[in-house]
Each structure stands twice: as C-alpha cells, then as structure tokens.
Ligand binder design. Structure first.
Ligand code: XIL
Length: 334
C-alpha cells in the first residue's frame, strides 16, 4: 500500500579519470571554454586535452607564412590551469599543407618544414606530453601510403623520418606518435600501418608511440578490434586511442534496425576497444581519448551527411552521461 516511490535518478557516472588506470583525454576547442557545463564535465572526468583544430597548420600558419598561436596558447593555458596534460596534434598531416609551402625551392622548403616543426613542438616543450608527429600516412584503401605535398618533396618515408627527427630535437621529452584511422575497421589498412611503423623504426625514426584514432565502425565483427590491438602492441611502444567516437550513421548501407539495436552494437564495439586497451601492459597504455564531449560537440554532427541524430559520443546533448559512458567506466573498473 501507499504511493509508489518515484523512480530513482540514474546513478551519476564515477569520474572516468579516477576509475581508469591511465589518462583519459578529450578533444577541445577554445569556444568551449565559455560553456560552464563543458568545463565542469571536463574537470570531473578528464585529465588530458587534445586541441581539436587549433594546433593544426591550417590554424597556426598565416597567409604570409607567419605563426599565430593565439588559440593554441589559450588551450595550453586552459590545460595548465585545470591540471590536464596537453597532447599536441598535428605536426605533419597530408590533409593540411599550406599555400606557403607550394612554391618554395627545395632548400627553402626543407628549411621551412624543419622550422614549422621546431617552432610548434618547441613552443610547448615541457608541457605537451606527446605529439601526433605524422598523421594519417596510410592510403584510404590501405594499399600503400598517401601521396601528398610532403611525400612529393621529401620522399615517401623521407618526410616522416625527417618529421620525427625534427620533433625529437624540438621536444625531446614528448612521446612522438604516428597516428592513423580505420586501422581496426580495415585490416588491410591496419597491416600497412604496422609495416610502415616497422620500416620507419628500422630506418632509425624516433617514433615513441602508436596512435589509433578509433573512429569506430560499429559494424565490424566482434574480435577484430582485439586482434588489431594485439598486433599494435607487438612493438612494445605506448599506444594512444586518440580520437574515439562511434557513429550510428549507416552511410550507403541499407539499415532497418531500431536505434536501440544500433546502440547495443555500438556499446559492444566500444567496450571491446576499452577491454583490449585494458589488456595492454601498463607501460603501453598512454591514454584513451574521446573526440568530443557531448553528441552535439562531435565533428560528425558538422558533416553534410549528418542527419542531426547521430550519437557518437559519451554524453548526450544535455550533458548527461549516456549508458555508453557507464559501460566504458565499468570496463575501466575491471
Ligand atoms: C578534425 C576536427 O574534428 C575538425 O574540427 C577539424 O576541422 C578537422 O579535423 N582525423 C584526425 C583529426 O586526425 O585531426 C580530425 O579532426 C578528425 C579525423
């Protein structure tokens, strides 16, 4: 008898950074610093920050080849003020060259390439714990490496070896990463990445860590993520899950499943990733980074193909921890 108890509120998510035995990272943009909910959730759950865009060449290099660090410095200051490690991205990326580099003779090209790396990595020396030195070198279909301005001017492996050597000089204490995506989604691409790492290490490139972005395809078979993580671990280097999100979008696929079925599929793959990461030797667990806080913060929601309903991240539009976040927290607890 008596009136029914009101339903209990969902249990609050324990701070991810307190549960996980490794740093928990988040991508950030300066515009988010004015959002009290974003700041509060970041302070509660995260202890590492990656600038989502503002430490990239496109943002830092000015039209005349000068440097504008105004936004990048604000991110570095926010990280320092909030006890967050700073993770730098990205020094050399096929997708971002700059008009400044297009018409330089070879001597000047090499000097300005080196200067870019020295200036950017050097500026955050002592603060940035790691850098994506080379981002996304493997061809989209996994067949070989990408052809880009950097490879055309400095050689296919040459541009990468040079970038690592220059970054080592500029930031000797930072862990220097080679970073790519679709490595677990596309085994062919994963294999090419591993062969590339092996070759560059043999050539003496000071690669200190391996980044797997983990923009997960939720439809890949169970076990595929675990297998790739084991292969990645064979070098004994620290591993960074550097840009986790898991889109529900069914691009070009016929998909008649309910949203709940897709969310279950998503949870399965994200938990598999977390468990595979947990299974790494402690010294190889560099950090686990989400590429955005709330679903509405995701870069995927800014793409033209987006239907306004994708739910790729850990917190909902209102800033509430989703069941996906709770599942991740539970995986980190085991
Ligand atoms: C994306 C950011 O999310 C966007 O805000 C920016 O405009 C372009 O870059 N792989 C990467 C990231 O290595 O740097 C990309 O980030 C997402 C894909």
């Amino acid at each position: 008898c008596g009136s029914a108890e009101p339903p209990a509120p969902p249990p609050a998510l324990a701070p991810l950074k307190a549960t996980a035995p490794f740093p928990i990272g988040l991508s950030a943009m300066t515009g988010q610093f004015d959002d009290p909910q974003w700041v509060d959730l970041v302070r509660t759950h995260f202890n590492q920050l990656t600038p989502e865009w503002e430490m990239k060449m496109e943002r830092i290099l000015t039209a005349d080849g000068g440097y504008d660090f105004s936004a990048a410095d604000r991110i570095a200051a926010f990280a320092r003020d909030n006890a967050l490690r700073l993770y730098g991205t990205t020094l050399i990326w096929y997708a971002q060259d700059h008009p400044h580099f297009h018409d330089l003779d070879q001597t000047r090209f090499e000097a300005d390439y080196d200067r870019w790396i020295a200036t950017v990595a050097g500026r955050y020396r002592g603060q940035a714990v790691g850098w994506d030195v080379v981002n996304e070198p493997v061809a989209e279909n996994g067949d070989g490496l990408r052809d880009c301005l950097w490879s055309q001017r400095l050689g296919q492996d040459g541009y990468m070896i040079r970038a690592f050597e220059q970054a080592k000089l500029a930031a000797p204490d930072a862990v220097l990463f080679i970073n790519d995506y679709n490595l677990e989604n596309n085994p062919r691409k994963g294999a090419t990445f591993l062969r590339t790492v092996e070759r560059l290490l043999k050539a003496g490139a000071p690669i200190g860590g391996l980044g797997t972005q983990s923009h997960l395809d939720i439809e890949i078979p169970a076990g595929q993520i675990t297998r790739f993580m084991r292969e990645l671990a064979q070098f004994g280097l620290p591993i960074h899950v550097s840009e986790l999100d898991a889109s529900l979008r069914a691009d070009r696929r016929l998909d008649t499943r309910s949203r709940d079925e897709k969310l279950a599929q998503q949870k399965g793959r994200v938990v598999e990733l977390a468990e595979a990461f947990m299974a790494l030797p402690e010294a190889q667990r560099f950090a686990f980074t989400a590429w955005g806080l709330r679903d509405t913060d995701s870069w995927l929601r800014r793409e033209p193909e987006d239907d306004g309903r994708d739910q790729p991240l850990l917190f909902d539009a209102q800033g509430r921890a989703k069941p996906l976040a709770a599942a991740l927290e539970a995986a980190f607890r085991r």
